[in-house]
Design a protein around this ligand. Structure first.
Ligand code: B16
Ligand code: MG
Length: 219
């Protein structure tokens, strides 16, 4: 196996649990249009872009919108989402994440963010993590959504590490596939049954031993 020289983190579901806020904002939108939106459906939107998420929700609700209405609903959803995340602080960083970021920094391993979210910077700022990342690539920088590897390839380039020497932490199936297509080591954070395409799977960062990472950095 190739030696790991750079690490890329997904944001939503990996560093912070913002899925619950996306859920509340999408549910409000769906209910306003006269249909329901379930937590199970929300699961399917993990790692999916904002535009594609609304397209899927409208399909589920058997509803169509004009282009103007579509744009307006997206803006309203995002305003609601932003109002829910105003309370985010460093306390919301998922357990075990900060320890791994600090370990990588001590080992001089550059870290990048590779997220589909267009709200990545404000979220990192609120949680106090913005300065820890050497590169941030988010929904504003890409034209192709995961499982396309574009977001991770740009991140690797920005930290100056070849794709085959990068490791990616991801919670979505599309994200794991994107990392695999890019030729990077994929580490799934979540359920084994869901993320089975990943090279390694952990239920949370707390399960990851320093030894595991040390081995990957020296192999
Ligand atoms: P926004 P990730 C993704 O972030 C979320 O998982 C997904 O649910 C969301 O729709 C997408 O970002 C876009 O987010 O509306 O904030 O631009 O998991 O790739 O960090
Ligand atoms: Mg995610």
């Amino acid at each position: 196996m190739n030696k790991i020289k750079g690490v890329i983190f997904d944001l939503d579901g990996v560093i912070v649990d913002t899925a619950k806020f996306h859920f509340l904002a999408w549910k409000k939108l769906a209910n306003g249009l006269g249909f329901d939106f379930t937590e199970l459906q929300n699961e399917e939107l993990k790692g999916v872009s904002r535009v594609r998420s609304l397209e899927k929700i409208l399909e589920w609700g058997n509803t169509s919108l004009s282009e103007d209405e579509f744009r307006e609903k997206m803006a309203v959803k995002n305003d609601n989402y932003l109002s829910y995340i105003t309370t985010l602080t460093s306390e919301d960083i998922l357990p075990g994440v900060s320890k791994i970021i600090d370990f990588l920094s001590e080992e001089n391993i550059p870290i990048a963010l590779g997220s589909a979210s267009k709200n990545a910077r404000p979220i990192l700022k609120k949680t106090g993590l913005l300065e820890k990342f050497q590169a941030i690539v988010d929904g504003n920088d890409v034209s192709k959504a995961k499982p396309d590897p574009e977001v991770f390839n740009i991140a690797a380039e920005k930290i100056g590490v070849a794709p085959e020497n990068c490791l990616v932490f991801e919670d979505s199936v599309a994200g794991v596939q994107a990392a695999n297509i890019a030729g990077m080591i994929s580490v799934g954070i979540g359920e084994k049954e869901v993320l089975h395409e990943a090279d390694y799977i952990f239920s949370s960062f707390e399960e990851i031993e320093e030894e595991f990472l040390k081995k990957l950095l020296t192999t």
